[in-house]
Design a protein around this ligand. Sequence first.
Ligand code: GDP
Ligand code: MG
Length: 460
Amino acid sequence: KFEGVMRKLSGQATISEGNVRESMDEVREALLEADVHYEVAEAFCETVLTEALGESVLKSVEPGQQMIKIVHDELVKLLGGEEAMDDEGRPIEREPIMYVQPGPTIIMMSGLQGSGKTTTCGKLAGYMKKRGKNVMLAACDLQRPAAVTQLEVLANQVEQEVEGSGKVMFHGEPEKCAEYGQAVGVAVQVANRALESAKLQGADVLILDTAGRLHVNDELMGELRQVSNAVNPHQIYLVIDAMTGQDAVNSAKAFHAQLELDGVVLTKFDSDTRGGAALTVKKIVGEPIKFIGVGEKLDALEEFHASRIASRILGMGDVVSLVEKAQEQVSEEEALALQEKMEKGKLTMDDFLKQLQAIRKMGSMKSLLGMLPGIGNQLKDLNLDDKQIDRTQAIIQSMTVAERKDVDLLDNSRRRRISKGSGSDAKDVSQLVKGFEMVSQLSKQMSGAGMMSKVKSMAG
Ligand code: GDP
Ligand code: MG
């Protein structure tokens, strides 16, 4: 909706005070629908209005663009924006985590039951392992032995599956669960021993997973405060489920009152969430969102950058994040080699396959396309099938080396053989070949038209 209002505005050659007021009414409505707190929405629109009417926006050459910039900048502020700018006025993005020397840097998670604390512990461990950190995950949620096991399984999974020079360790004492609820301070003992162990084993980071409750209560807060007093975490993160909207905001208030929070992790941002929580949290907690969880898998964690999210909300896309994701999967060397091939129109099926595999590793098709400018919202109801990519892979893998190099070889009998070999329809094979030819053609044209520099300037 937000995107629609903005598109309408930017399309107008002239903008009157009436236009601006009208569109701010629509923006207010969009914010409220997205579950943004009433006062926050009100204040937001008020600020934008004042700026828009006060400045020379109405007389400027591109009033629509000017308006969008004002709204964008206000959104960034609301989201807990990056204050620092570089020489060219671009926000300087800081590392979300400050590591202490000597380690271990102690990070304590907090949040309601089901908000995603344990999952986020695993994701953070992966994030850090990739960056060469040795991480220890400690299970201080002793409500059920299964909670301890869940973290242990995650720790092992990260250690085995995530590439990186760091090491992931685990500290858990499932037998202590029996004492939990009878004796006070069991979680504190476990946290203390985890810290000892982390020091002994040279962990750079110790992440404490903690117990949650369905609702905020004194028992939970008391325990979290005890653990916090015992180990003095360098950072305390509040994990919030973005799907719970206004409830999330209320519980954030309660945690904020009881603990010295340093940052927020907003989970389930991938779900069809209305996102209002993201816009309200900074205002309530006073601390920035550090990460967003965008899926159940271990790599579904993104650094939170206010200006990028603001762009996504406005339908301007998030090319920077997309490029970063791509860079994680494709080395610069590979990318250059590929670009050269594309320019010469010498793309082969093997290159195509490699690209598909890289895309598959980057995340779901839908989430990727959602980052492209102007596409985000249109995809909402589209059912993009990731299995389609797997089927395509199977077809290419059924081709001979020669066929992959030169699709012109693919006559009907070869196509029949391939469709049999890959267990797919003849129609699918034809479609793939057609699609491939289109991509080769397009890539030749795009490189000719200086597409790469266009993308770069958008990313800037
Ligand atoms: P905890 O009780 O706070 O420790 O929550 P868990 O880590 O056990 O997570 C609760 C549920 O939320 C699990 O089913 C997770 O897979 C799911 N979950 C956590 N983070 C995300 C996320 O970013 N996206 C989605 N879609 N699901 C998530
Ligand atoms: Mg948990």
